[in-house]
Structures are given as C-alpha cells and as structure tokens.
Write a protein of this length. Structure first.
Ligand SMILES: Nc1ncnc2c1ncn2[C@@H]1O[C@H](COP(=O)(O)OP(=O)(O)OP(=O)(O)O)[C@@H](O)[C@H]1O
Ligand SMILES: Nc1ncnc2c1ncn2[C@@H]1O[C@H](COP(=O)(O)OP(=O)(O)OP(=O)(O)O)[C@@H](O)[C@H]1O
Ligand SMILES: [Mg+2]
Ligand SMILES: [Mg+2]
Lengths: 272, 291
C-alpha cells in the first residue's frame, strides 16, 4: 500500500518558492491500476518522485508498505519496491549498452546473474526491443529509449510501477502493448501501477483515475465517474477521450446520445 | 518534365546511415524521394525507429545525407548552400525539448534565436514575449525562471516558443504536442494552423492519429526508413490494414465511420476531421429519418 498523508512540497525558497504539491492525501492499494491526469505543471511528476523517495515532502509523509520515504536507512527498501520510469528517458540511461542498462536495477538488488539474464530477455521482449540488446541506449530513437526505460523498470520486478508519461513517444501499438503489460502484471502478479498520462483514452483503461490541479487532488474515482463531467475536466486542462468528443459534437448537432460514452465501440452501439 | 515552381525542400534518393563502417552502424533512411512545397502542412507518422526524426533533421541541414541529396530552394544543402543559411529559414523543434534549452532564464532562451538573426534588442524582447504568450506561458510568471526547473510540458512549450520567435519560413516540429496537456495541445495546433494560413510551411511528427487527421493537409508514412504512403489524410487513413500492421492506427473519427458502415449505415468512410465526421453521421441518420 502507498499512502500519502497531507503531503506538501515546495521547490526553491523565499521569493522563488513554488508549491508543487498542496496537502495531498491518497491511498493506493495493492493491485490497483491508477491513471493520473492533470495539466502541465499540476504536480504529477513531483508526485511520482515522492513515491520512490527521490523527493521528500516539505510537510506530511509518504509511506510505502508502511515505510516512510523520509527514513534514509530504509530508502533502499522503498527503491526496491518501487520501479519508476521518468518522463525524459535520457535522464534514466545509465549504461552503454541496452542490456547493461536493463541489468543495472536487478544487479543493485543483488539478483543472481542467471536470473538477471532471464529478466533482461523477458523485459526486452515485453517492449519489443530484444534485437537491440547490444546497442547503445543514447543512440536510439526517442520511442526506443522510452521502451528501454520501461524494460529497465520491469526487470526489477517491483511491487509498484510508476510510469511518468512512459508512453508519450510510443507509436499506437507500443502504447497499447505497455497498457496490456500493466494489466497482465496486475493480473498475474498483483502488481500496482500508477500511470501518469495526458491521453484520456489511456486513462479510461485504468481502474481508478486521479486528477491533479495546482498540486491538489481535484477528482478521484473510476473512469466512468471521472469522465461523466468533461467540462469540469476541461476547466483544469484535462481532455476527454476522442469518442466522447465526437459524441459531444453529435449531441450538439441534435443526436440523442447518452452522456457517458467513452469508447468508439460504445458510440457505435449507441448509434445503432 | 519542366518544373516552374521550385520546392522549398527536396530529398532526392536520400539515404542516411548512422556511423557507417563501424560495428554500431545503422541504416536509418533508404531511398527517400520527397518534396515539400512552400505553404504545405505535412505530418510525418511512422512506428518507433522508422526514421522520422532522422529525416526531418535533413530539412535544416542538421544531418547530411550519406547517399543522395537534400535540396533547399534548388540549392543542395552543404554544397550550394551552407546549412547555417538554411537554419535561418527553417526552424526545428527537437523531440526532446530539454536538448534545446540552455540559457539561464526562459526569456533569454526564447530570445536566443531572434538575437542570432541580428534583430534589435527591442524587437528581440517583443518577439520573446509574444512567442511565450502564443504557447500559453505567461511572460510575467515564466520569463525569469530557469528552463531546467520547469515541468516537462512547460519545457516543451519554451522550446516551441524559442523557434516561433524566429518567425522562420518553415517550421519543423518533432512530436510537438507529446507531453502537452489538452489545452496546450489545442493551443499549439491552432497556432500552427494560423501560421500556415499566413503562409508558413509546417512539418510535424506525431504519434497521435487524431491530431494528424484534424490538422495535416498531407501525411507521409515511414516504415523501416522508407516512405510507404504519401497522400492526403483521407487516402492514407483508408489503409487501416497496412497502418495497423506496421504499428500505427487510424483516427477515432475514421474508426467510427468504418464501424458504422459495417453495421449497415450508408456513409462515406473517407472523412477524417471531426466536423466532416459529425456531418456524415448526421446525414446518415437523417437519411434513416432518425434525426
Ligand atoms: N526542479 C524544479 N524547480 C522548481 N520548480 C519546479 C521544478 N520542477 C517542477 N517545478 C514546478 O513545479 C510545478 C509542478 O511540476 P511537475 O513537474 O510536477 O508538473 P507535471 O504535472 O509533471 O507537469 P507536466 O505535465 O508538464 O510534466 C510546476 O509549476 C513546475 O514549474
Ligand atoms: N544517434 C544515433 N546513432 C545511431 N543510430 C541511431 C541514432 N539515432 C537513431 N538511430 C537509429 O536510427 C533509426 C531511426 O531513428 P529515428 O530516431 O529517426 O526514428 P523515429 O522514427 O524518430 O522514432 P521514434 O518514433 O521512436 O522517435 C532507429 O533504428 C534508431 O535506432
Ligand atoms: Mg511531468
Ligand atoms: Mg523520433
């Protein structure tokens, strides 16, 4: 379980102080697939960096399986429980070959060499990068770097996965595969996933959607409830699923449709 | 054939291999023939690693072809015209905006391009302010901040503003809206549309099929370093099978029309924009006296 208790975080101080998280309280249970939405600058990455203890709250606390991220002695434990993919994969590349990059996390956790090799294979296969094992991660395309970063997090076999816009530069199949991988890990191993995204159509696939605005949680609930009021979402800079935008335009043109449509298939059914 | 109008950019049998002759060699582009005319609005789409970023970096001479040539207004880049000259007219926004930011403050960063064009100090700051407001970053709030202490989306907006401030003849943007929130996306795409209407040539890379369908006038599809389609959005997105095979998709609008047509609706499935789609569906419903 991940618990945030009245977490406030400021970057900088005095006149330059920016409050990026403002009294956030949240509980994320084991096995949940949570999507986090919010405008640019709303605090999503700051939230992600709190979950693995990269940032420590200015006020309040973050507990991962009961361990406070402020407890420096136990930080290694938190890091072994939480696998994170950062927004910019360039900041995450550590090694000079893709396979060493993926091996880095498990090596640090003291995993046996044989086991590491099988994890590399498995993780690179999951992101469709098996053919690139010997390549230099710096010399890959944007989407390939992002895939390697995802593989590196998967290879740690973390209990909690935090993806900070890990699909933002993937092609449509790549994004769909990442979501499918999350669902599979959740089903098979009970892994918890926190997926930060600007793509409403991806959030629709989660169990729960959290919306941040100005560093505070403004909505929290299942996708259908969250997307029932798209005007409220738009007011905080969050978009609606594509099918819903089409449905809204059709309603405006006089077509009678329920206000709950989230997918093209639901829209087709409603029109037929 | 006689060609009276000279294309802005022409790629002729262009090929590009990274680090040729080394064990790390990789062939990113093969036999690209393409021309970009003044005033076009083109989207480049393609699966991960298909060569999009590599190709568009040839448009301003950042990369030099290892085979064939890239030509700017009739002059071969690197032979008859210096890449530096091309860069004054072709602005490029990188896939990773961080790699483009380097000044101490946002205002300085956005001013760098126009200053390099030799504009007066007054005009430089005017342009910087205007460009920041265009992308939706309040000058008062952001001008004095460090570009490295911003959120990911804010950094991308600064990078876009920096290139807009140069008012180039042609704008090349590598995944300009990835990482932007819905409002920022809409604002940037609207801004590009307006610039294009005023004559600027726009080329962008995107993984968002709906965005491509809504805004581009021409779509070029790359796969494994080659061009597989080059046409108007309606024609390209009618190729659902091939697109899905290479890892792409079709926009939600086209998907809706195809699925409705499969369920017996009498409608043309070639539309791609939101407005056209809504009109088609409404007309079909009227045809069945359901509207
Ligand atoms: N290193 C930093 N120093 C100072 N302020 C920062 C820093 N990083 C982020 N901020 C500010 O903190 C706020 C929250 O930023 P954060 O990166 O968490 O946003 P985000 O929701 O992830 O946005 P995006 O969608 O653009 O990635 C923003 O106002 C941002 O400008
Ligand atoms: N600096 C580099 N050195 C060597 N190979 C590279 C380099 N950059 C890219 N490549 C390779 O060239 C090919 C094309 O890469 P490119 O970045 O053009 O793809 P892309 O279509 O932009 O992909 P993405 O959608 O992932 O950004 C890929 O196979 C990639 O691994
Ligand atoms: Mg972020
Ligand atoms: Mg690219």
């Amino acid at each position: 379980m991940i618990q945030l208790k009245n977490v406030t975080y400021h970057y900088g101080k005095d006149k330059k102080k920016i409050t990026a998280l403002d009294d956030v309280s949240l509980t994320i249970k084991e096995g949940e697939f949570v999507a986090v939405l919010g405008a640019n600058g709303s605090g999503k990455s700051t939230l992600a960096r709190h979950i693995n203890g990269l940032l420590i709250p200015s006020k309040g606390e973050v507990l991962v399986d009961g361990i406070s991220t402020a407890d420096r002695e136990e930080l290694w434990k938190v890091r072994s429980l939480v696998g994170i993919v950062f927004q910019n994969p360039d900041n995450q590349i550590i090694a000079t070959s893709v396979e060493d990059d993926v091996a880095f996390g498990p090596e640090n956790l003291g995993v046996e060499p044989d086991e590491i090799r099988s994890r590399i294979r498995e993780a690179l296969a999951a992101v469709d990068m098996a053919d690139y094992a010997k390549r230099e991660p710096h010399l890959l395309s944007g989407g390939q770097k992002q895939r390697v970063a995802v593989a590196a997090s998967l290879a740690m076999h973390p209990k909690y996965l935090v993806f900070d816009e890990a699909t933002s530069m993937l092609d449509p199949r790549g994004s769909a595969e990442i979501i499918a991988t999350i669902k599979k890990l959740k089903g098979d191993l009970g892994i918890t996933a926190i997926h930060i995204t600007h793509i409403a159509d991806e959030a629709v696939l989660a169990d729960r959607v959290i919306v941040l605005s100005g560093g505070a949680v403004v909505r929290d609930g299942p996708p259908h409830a969250i997307f029932s009021d798209i005007r409220a979402l738009m007011a905080v800079g969050v978009g609606a699923p594509r099918a819903r935008l089409i449905a809204e335009e059709l309603i405006r043109a006089g077509v009678k449709l329920p206000g709950t449509i989230l997918t093209v298939d639901e829209l087709v059914e409603a029109l037929c | 054939m006689l060609n009276f109008s000279i294309a802005l950019i022409e790629c002729i049998d262009l090929g590009f291999t990274y680090m040729p002759g080394t064990p790390l060699t990789s062939e990113a582009l093969k036999n690209i023939n393409l021309s970009v005319e003044e005033g076009e609005f083109i989207a480049f789409i393609g699966p991960t690693g298909s060569g999009k970023s590599t190709l568009i970096q040839h448009f301003n001479g950042l990369l030099t072809p290892t085979e064939g040539k890239a030509v700017f207004k009739g002059k071969q880049i690197g032979v008859n015209i210096h890449p530096y000259e091309v860069r004054r007219e072709v602005g490029l926004v990188f896939q990773f905006p961080e790699s483009q930011l380097f000044e101490e403050t946002v205002a300085e960063d956005v001013s760098f391009g126009p200053r390099n064009l030799g504009l007066s100090g007054e005009e430089v700051s005017e342009r910087a302010e205007e460009a920041l407001e265009l992308v939706g970053l309040s000058y008062d709030r952001f001008a004095g901040r460090s570009p490295f202490e911003l959120s990911g989306g804010e950094q991308r907006l600064v990078a876009i503003a920096g290139v807009l401030a140069m008012k180039p003849r042609m704008l090349v943007l590598d995944e300009p809206t990835s990482g932007l929130d819905a409002r920022g996306k809409a604002r940037v795409m609207r801004c590009l549309t307006e610039l294009n209407r005023d004559g600027m040539t726009i080329v962008f890379v995107s993984h968002d099929m709906d965005e491509v369908a809504e805004f581009a006038h021409r779509v070029v599809v790359l796969d494994k370093g080659r061009i597989v389609f080059d046409g108007d959005p309606g024609t390209v997105f009618s190729q659902a099978g091939v697109l899905k095979n290479i890892g792409l998709n079709i926009p939600a609008t086209t998907e809706l029309l195809v699925k409705l047509s499969g369920r017996g609706f009498d409608l043309d499935t070639g539309a791609v924009s939101l407005r056209e789609t809504v009109n088609l569906v409404c007309n079909a419903l009227k045809g069945e006296q359901r509207l």
